[in-house]
Design a protein. Structure first.
Length: 210
């Protein structure tokens, strides 16, 4: 049999990310080059890549600042854009290879578990107005990532990564799973904010002699 006649299967997202250590050899990597390796995957690949650093332990404040570009992508999703726009300063921003590989190494096992059951389904997720609602939901989940509060960063990141994978593989069920995790993340955020507000009220009451 002529092997050239056999179809070539496209690599999955997990396989692409797992190959990063062999593709990127320089100590500094540009976001533009990473998008080129991932191919034409638009908003979903941007959501995946920009959310990845949130899975790596970082000081509070730094991780929130790095989450700001996620808002830009989620905002474009909410507006119904089909193509990605990112400013040149962000595309050309230098990234540490070690930090990039640390983030992708955390993502690959998650993606591989999900990819076992992934398949095109629930295509109504890509019909309007569902796409706008999806974008708005991702925007609110991204807002939780940006908020400078403890214990609120990794869960919305996990949510957005799963949503992005569902978008990349056209699996509406995975997208809905990611949104469900995002709903939990928003609920945890609300509980943290409520708890902090209650503590603040108690402190104020004590300070006033109440």
């Amino acid at each position: 049999m002529d092997k050239r006649s056999l179809p070539t299967l496209a690599p999955t997202t997990a396989e692409l990310l797992a190959s990063f250590p062999y593709i990127f050899r320089d100590e500094v990597v540009r976001l533009r080059l990473i998008f080129a390796v991932l191919g034409d995957r638009g908003l979903a690949s941007a959501l995946l890549l920009l959310t990845a650093p949130q899975l790596v332990p970082m000081p509070l404040g730094l991780s929130n600042a790095l989450a700001l570009p996620i808002l830009l992508v989620a905002g474009q999703m909410a507006l119904g854009r089909k193509s990605l726009w990112l400013p040149d300063w962000l595309l050309d921003r230098p990234l540490s290879r070690d930090r990039l590989l640390m983030a992708t190494n955390r993502m690959v096992p998650i993606l591989r578990r999900v990819e076992v059951v992934i398949r095109p389904r629930y295509q109504w997720v890509w019909a309007r107005p569902a796409t706008h609602l999806l974008g708005v939901s991702c925007f609110f989940i991204a807002c939780v990532s940006v908020a400078p509060l403890p214990l609120t960063g990794w869960l919305p990141a996990l949510s957005l990564i799963i949503v992005a994978l569902g978008l990349l593989e056209r699996d509406g069920a995975v997208v809905l799973l990611g949104l469900g995790i995002g709903a939990v993340a928003v609920a945890v955020f609300a509980l943290v904010v409520g708890g902090l507000a209650e503590v603040g009220a108690n402190v104020e009451r004590l300070a006033n002699g109440g």
